[in-house]
Design a protein around this ligand. Structure first.
Ligand code: 6R9
Length: 638
């Protein structure tokens, strides 16, 4: 089967075939990959338990698909182009051949440091090629990687390490971000005080800052590579994995409790990311693909590492930030590396748009032919700016909707093949069966309807479980509606049948494209000794999409509240990370609660949106007068 869809008619035909004959459809896609042994059964599933198995008894290693198989045909093609934080530092290019060599080398390092198939390895690295190498090396030896975004705190790392019982951490001395250096190793040291399962730490030199190396536990990446070199650089044949062996765990926030470890397995994830990458972006063989996400998030896993590499593409990795040394940096990177496909987030587009057109107008963006958006709804203004200023009106924009749990893109236009419309994710990819549900759990048929977005049939890239707690997986995703995967998103299907994602319908915020669980954030704020209780809601933010608004009850109102505000921020940064720092903190005497003690977030949401008129009925509240007080306070916060 051909992977890429040719035209709209082909899309319709393929879509129909994928619904009527899903197993044949997916077997055809899977056939384009390299298997040590083919599957005996394409799909075995139920959404009750849930129990989802794709390509049962198939044997493979994803790195043979991402690396080895390209060596014979295209070994010298750039696999990874790396652009450093500092524009005066040289870029690096790794061909497929070189990348494979490095992965085999580091796989040997992992083996020498006791890593075995099935072990969990935590990766906390900057956006340097070694991050991709570390990820792929884990996959090569069959270890399960758990990448933690470099912006997370020591506490967050410790929670993730302990949950997955990781045995080894890979980190770096420091991480450059614009003019700042983040001391990654020191953060890891703080985390490890709480972790009993870690017996080795491999430290890459990046920022050349002083670090404390603990004897017997900490080793340098470079020293370990030298050891492998002195052993004569032995090859590292890929470990044979079962189709359903876990490939990685990635933690993501939900509406309750601590982040969940979303588990993706080998074959399904590989097939799905390769298929979606190739199709959505209509990747052609010499194109340079630039996804601006961090590999610490699912977008980076799927569309910097696995998707592009399984398709033999050239993937550009950028260490820095789009606004340093100035707001023209992203465009400089595009021009310098002749990027053809740019895949970024609305929050980045909005911040570059706000910086002013003088940063983009004189840049050479002539190589761009396709654009992508991901992570949050894109507003029309940003869409048009992206279209006109970046794509010069000639590059189709694919607004790709999907989630950590999905592995890859589910609803999106296919570049140049299916229609686009500002703010719309448009149509499901072949193989994806979305449905909209009303509040009574009934399927909304036809067009011109909105409801809660569910998927009624499995796709290979979907999560299989949440690490160590299958029941939590069932409860979170498969119990709201019978026999459905529930996304947590609201969605409109317009008169023409096009999908528009309207945002989360649960207590999850989307701040600069990052998922923040309100419960998790409230728990962090409540840890502060002066705080009695707190409630978090999102509010419309011009750049971040949503900003974080915290209502906080403190013990002593006579205290210096400015200081308390700073202390609360510091507490959040310490417990979660800077991405969860509240934009606004309003101190309140009480929160609007029902008689049973439930916080009425709906009321708080209306207040922070400034929509005082639609606060609704407050008579059922325990103390209706708090609403007036909060409104007054909110007015002063503006
Ligand atoms: C890939 C990723 C998932 C949540 C998702 C939704 C929002 C993602 C979107 C979008 C509107 C898009 N989201 N893409 N909303 N349009 N194109 O971002 O995964 O970090 O797990 O976030 O992001 O609300 O539920 P993740």
């Amino acid at each position: 089967m051909e992977l890429q869809i040719k035209d709209f008619e082909d899309y319709e035909k393929t879509y129909r075939y994928s619904v009527e004959h899903p197993e044949e459809f997916w077997a055809g896609i899977a056939d384009t990959f390299f298997w040590r042994k083919k599957w005996t059964n394409v799909l075995n599933w139920n959404f009750k338990e849930p129990n989802i198995k794709w390509f049962e008894n198939g044997k493979l290693n994803i790195t043979e698909n991402c690396l080895d198989r390209h060596i014979y045909t295209n070994g010298d093609k750039p696999a990874i182009i790396w652009e450093p934080n500092d524009p005066t530092e040289s870029a690096r290019v790794l061909s497929y051949k070189q990348l494979l060599e490095k992965v085999e080398q580091f796989a040997n390092v992992l083996k020498n440091n006791g890593v075995r198939k099935g072990d969990r390895v935590c990766i906390y690295l900057p956006m340097v090629p070694e991050l991709a190498i570390a990820v792929l090396s884990c996959a090569r030896v069959g270890a399960i990687h758990s990448v933690v975004f470099g912006g997370f705190s020591a506490q967050s790392i410790a929670d993730r390490i302990n949950d997955a019982e990781c045995s080894l951490v890979i980190t770096a001395d420091g991480n450059y971000r614009g003019t700042k250096v983040v001391e990654l190793k020191s953060i890891v040291d703080d985390a490890l005080v709480q972790c009993k399962t870690i017996n080795k730490v491999i430290v890459l030199t990046r920022a050349r800052i002083g670090v404390s190396m603990i004897k017997g536990r900490d080793v340098w990446w470079e020293d370990e590579i030298h050891k492998v070199e002195s052993q004569g650089n032995p090859a590292y044949p890929a470990e044979e994995m079962d189709a359903e062996d876990p490939l990685f765990v990635l933690y993501t926030s939900g509406s309750t409790g601590k982040p969940k470890g979303v588990v993706h397995t080998t074959a399904g994830y590989m097939v799905y990311t390769g298929y979606t990458f190739s199709n959505v972006f209509q990747y052609k063989s010499d194109e340079v693909f630039f996804c601006t996400a961090d590999i610490g998030w699912i977008t980076g896993h799927s569309y910097i590492v696995y998707g592009p590499l399984s398709q033999g593409a050239t993937s550009l990795m950028f260490e820095g930030i789009p606004t340093w040394p100035d707001a023209g940096r992203l465009w400089d990177v595009v021009a310098k590396h002749k990027v053809n496909i740019l895949y970024t987030a609305p929050t980045a587009i909005r911040s570059l748009m706000a910086a002013g057109d003088q940063y983009i107008d004189d840049k050479d963006l002539s190589t761009i032919t396709k654009l992508g958006s991901v992570g949050e709804p894109i507003n029309e203004e940003a869409w048009h700016w992206y279209n006109e200023k970046v794509g010069k009106g000639k590059a189709p924009i694919v607004d790709t909707w999907w989630q950590t749990e999905n592995g890859g893109i589910l609803i999106s236009a296919i570049a140049g093949i299916t229609p686009t419309k500002p703010g719309y994710a448009m149509l499901p990819l072949p193989g994806v069966q979305p449905v909209l549900m009303d509040e009574n759990g009934k399927i909304l048929e036809g067009n011109g309807v909105s409801g809660n977005l569910c998927i009624k049939f499995p796709w290979p890239g979907m999560l299989r479980t949440t690490w160590g707690d299958h029941e939590r997986c069932r409860l979170t995703y498969f119990s709201t509606y019978e026999d459905m995967y529930f996304t947590g998103d609201g969605c409109l299907r317009d008169e023409e049948g096009y999908y528009r994602i309207t945002g989360r319908v649960d207590d999850v915020l989307n701040v600069s494209g990052h998922r923040i669980g309100t419960a998790e954030l409230e728990n962090a704020i409540n840890m502060h000794s002066d705080v009695v209780e707190s409630a978090i809601v999102g509010y419309p933010h011009p750049v971040k999409g949503q900003g974080i608004y915290a209502f906080v009850i403190v013990e002593d109102h006579q205290k210096d509240l400015e200081l308390t505000r700073k202390d609360i921020n510091a507490t959040v940064v310490r417990l979660i990370g800077a991405i969860a720092r509240p934009d606004k903190i309003q101190f309140v005497r009480d929160l609007p609660k029902t008689r049973s003690g439930k916080i009425m977030r709906r009321i708080l949401r209306k207040i922070v949106e400034g929509d005082f008129a639609n606060v609704g009925d407050t008579t059922t509240l325990l103390d209706p007068s708090v609403v007036e007080e909060i409104k007054e306070g909110a007015d002063k916060m503006k």
